[in-house]
Design a protein around this ligand. Structure first.
Ligand code: SF4
Length: 167
């Protein structure tokens, strides 16, 4: 099966390269959601190529910056879902929210080459005290950011610059 996937990828690679380099388009699956990015910046295209080289040469020290990031905005929640360590208060960490300025510094560094950003881990991200500022910062850079409300539906999609097409 892996061999088949490898050959399929190899056969598709000229088409992927042509789409990426000349058209700035790249399709991938994000949390099982098919996404097609368009109008990618040159920084993003080059970073994606570097990422491919990491895979080809099995680099332990990657040449690329991250394509995807997951940030835990808060580690607390007002609900008590029994399956969740934030809900059962068993995370073993003091309740905290990421500092909005630290989040901005982080995105200033990797945002220009990032493709996706997930704004959740444990805790309820909607309870971040500076949520509007955080989302504004995310919206400056990333193609696609998502997080979840209590019913596990995506609550937000933030897009900036390039176009996102999902199907
Ligand atoms: S709503 Fe989400 S973060 Fe809050 S307790 Fe339930 S699963 Fe955990």
């Amino acid at each position: 099966m892996r061999e088949l996937e490898r050959w399929t990828s190899l056969l598709r690679s000229p088409y992927i390269m042509w789409n990426l380099l000349l058209r700035g388009r790249y399709g991938f699956s994000f949390d099982l959601m098919p996404v097609e990015l368009t109008h990618m910046s040159w920084a993003q295209r080059v970073n994606l190529l570097r990422y491919a080289l990491n895979l080809m040469y099995r680099r332990s020290y990657p040449w690329s910056l991250p394509l995807h990031m997951q940030v835990e905005l808060t580690n607390y929640c007002n609900l008590r879902c029994p399956i969740c360590p934030a809900g059962t208060r068993t995370l073993g960490r003091e309740p905290a929210a990421i500092d909005a300025q630290l989040f901005e510094r982080l995105l200033d560094e990797v945002g220009p080459t990032l493709l996706t950003l997930a704004l959740f881990a444990w805790g309820e991200p909607l309870l971040h005290p500076q949520l509007a500022t955080v989302l504004e910062t995310a919206g400056k850079y990333v193609f696609l950011a998502h997080s979840f409300s209590e019913d596990s539906e995506p609550f937000s999609t933030v897009s900036a610059g390039p176009t996102i097409e999902t199907s």
